[in-house]
Design a binder for this molecule. Structure first.
Ligand code: FE2
Length: 377
């Protein structure tokens, strides 16, 4: 990680690192049919099967499929029983992210540091062991029904964690070049953005990287506000959005209506070759938001010269933005679940550490066109 940026140095200095985070450990999604979701993430997104738990491993109430692509690990979980907390979560929210699991050196200390600062515990420090060693897990609540799990795995050499067995079905597709989680965005309700950015500051020692008000993030019709929180080493970045008043309904309000509360809006995943990655994803049927072709007539006037040819970026609908440190290329999928809630961002950073402010207007107008078709604008 390049820490020469003045912005990041400031964050490192400001963040009180009582909660050192090594990275994103995994993301757990609760879904209605984990087996078929696993096939979707393998076939379309190029994730590879890693591990499994369920009836065959002695788990009676749930099944989880673990998939990996480079440093990104997804855990897809469905209930095996009629009534229970996973069922309730799916009934209320539809398919969505339950846990943003964070990789730590000490899960007990992480739990103590955060709960002593006011976090609500969902899992006291718990050791799980098998022949390959042990992991320690603990967990706290964050916005909505979402949780953070702390995963300590320095004494574990197994495939994923105790309780899981290796899962090696026939390989269904090749990876598409996704490397790691760049950031994960939470949508929260009216007036709650500061509640949750203060939570990340006070409880987890994060610092605010950037703030956007409704004047930065608005179109003729809709608006939102956003603050980006980062941990001390910059490996974990959580933008938090809330709706803002506009002439029509904010996309954040649409999310809150359909998710029935706060939750993860998008997972941004990094690639080192966005043209190849997006070409592969599109060939496999992933749908992306489209900006008008006129975006490309003027984009280089705004961002200056870039290494890539403009033609394939225009063809694929990839957006470009620049900040003081470089530029970035990004594109957003349409929602990947039935409700208009969770989606993915594919991002390639070429120096830039920001989030594509220059694209907000074109992007949100594209979202409004989708909202219009859904009758939710
Ligand atoms: Fe993003």
């Amino acid at each position: 990680m390049n820490t020469s940026s003045p912005e990041l140095k400031k964050v490192v200095a400001e963040a009180d690192d009582f909660l050192p985070l090594l990275g994103t450990d995994h993301i757990e999604l609760y879904c209605g049919n984990a087996k078929q979701s696993a096939y979707y993430y393998m076939a379309a997104w190029g994730f590879q099967p890693l591990a499994f738990c369920g009836l065959e491993t002695g788990v009676r109430d749930r099944v989880s499929y673990v998939l990996r692509q480079d440093k990104i690990i997804l855990v897809l979980t469905s209930p095996l029983v009629a009534d229970g907390p996973i069922n309730d979560h799916i009934n209320r929210h539809g398919d969505g992210v339950k846990a943003i699991a964070l990789w730590v050196d000490d899960a007990k200390k992480s739990w103590e540091e955060t709960t002593s600062r006011g976090a609500e515990s969902v899992l006291e420090p718990t050791e799980r062991k098998d022949d390959a060693g042990h992991v320690v897990l603990s967990g706290i609540k964050t916005y909505g029904d979402t949780v953070h799990t702390f995963v300590e795995r320095r004494n574990y050499n197994g495939i994923f964690m105790p309780g899981y067995q290796a899962w090696n079905p026939i390989q269904v597709s090749q990876p598409v070049g996704l490397q790691f989680v760049d950031h994960m965005v939470g949508n929260v309700g009216w007036g709650e953005m500061n509640t949750w950015t203060e939570f990340y500051a006070r409880v987890m020692g994060f610092a605010q990287l950037i703030s956007f008000d409704d004047k930065d993030i608005s179109t003729e019709y809709t608006a939102l506000m956003s603050k980006v929180m980062s941990n001390g080493n910059g490996r974990i970045k959580f933008p938090i959005n809330e709706p803002a008043e506009g002439r029509k309904k904010s996309q954040i309000e649409e999310y809150i209506d359909f998710y029935q509360g706060a939750g993860v809006q998008h997972i941004a995943v990094a690639t080192s070759n966005i043209i190849e990655t997006v070409t592969a994803l599109r060939d496999r049927g992933i749908e992306f938001l489209q900006v008008p072709n006129s975006y490309y007539d003027t984009v280089l006037d705004r961002v200056g010269s870039i290494d890539e040819d403009l033609a394939p970026l225009r063809e694929l609908g990839i957006l470009i933005d620049r900040d003081d440190e470089g530029y970035l290329l990004q594109i957003f999928t349409k929602p990947v679940v039935d409700r208009p809630t969770m989606f993915f961002e594919i991002i390639q950073r070429k120096g830039a550490k920001s989030f594509g402010k220059g694209n907000f207007k074109a992007l949100f107008e594209a979202i409004e066109r989708e909202q219009e078709t859904r009758g939710t604008l």
